[in-house]
Design a protein around this ligand. Structure first.
Ligand code: S6P
Ligand code: ZN
Length: 205
């Protein structure tokens, strides 16, 4: 075993351990990434015919997630690296699915390592916020805020490290139903924040 391999034992016992984030190759040594493709975001992009047209040619990879998961108990922290590729569906930039944490009262820290992006956030009450993601930006996602990352660069990957409570879990349901309140689209070549017409305020759902 080299010092760069992360083992199952290290990921499940309470012994200290080190893992290596290879910033230049954008991966975590010894971890198999989870791959998310366009088809897993069906219904999330505004332009459904553009979505179908891309899928007719194949199912491109949108992002990869290298997760160093820890046991889902109080006090443990999971962390990892996400690489979100550039691209658009119609005028809308490639993005992650986005989620609330299943344990709503849990936050998360994101540290942007490369690329240019925006993080779209909202609360169950409909408050929203968009934070810029540029190298060096540390975005704090407070408890209760759903979060989605959007790559607004033309050609560069958006690369970010994150840490959150290992027992937080993910709740994708609300976002799958109606998406986020705000969308990020290209307007005259620059990213713009626009209303999502599918989104309804809590009282009208
Ligand atoms: C986990 C954290 C990230 C995202 C990842 C992919 O709480 O926020 O690991 O899971 O960036 O996003 P998503 O919405 O597909 O899980
Ligand atoms: Zn999260």
């Amino acid at each position: 075993m080299t010092t760069q391999q992360i083992t199952t034992q290290q990921m499940t016992t309470q012994q200290p351990f080190t893992f290596f984030l290879n910033q230049f190759e954008a991966r975590i040594e010894g971890v198999e990434p989870l791959v998310r493709r366009l088809s897993s975001l069906r219904g999330q992009f505004l332009d459904q015919s553009a979505f179908d047209a891309i899928l007719a040619q194949g199912d491109p990879m949108l992002y990869k997630v290298y997760a160093v998961d820890r046991p889902g108990v109080d006090g443990e922290l999971s962390s990892g690296l996400t690489i979100l590729h550039p691209g658009k569906v119609g005028d809308e930039y490639f993005m992650t699915k986005g989620h609330f944490h299943a344990v709503l009262e849990t936050g998360e820290v994101y540290y942007c390592l490369g690329g240019r992006g925006m993080m779209v956030m909202e609360t169950p009450e409909g408050d929203w916020h968009v934070a810029e993601m540029t190298p060096g930006a540390v975005v704090y996602v407070p408890p209760r805020w759903a979060h989605r990352s959007v790559n607004v660069s033309i050609a560069e990957d958006l690369v970010f490290f994150w840490v959150y409570p290992a027992n937080a879990g993910h709740d994708y349901g609300a976002i799958e139903r109606q998406g986020f309140r705000k969308l990020i689209v290209a307007q005259e070549g620059a990213p713009a924040i626009v209303d999502n017409p599918r989104w309804l305020p809590p009282a009208q759902r």
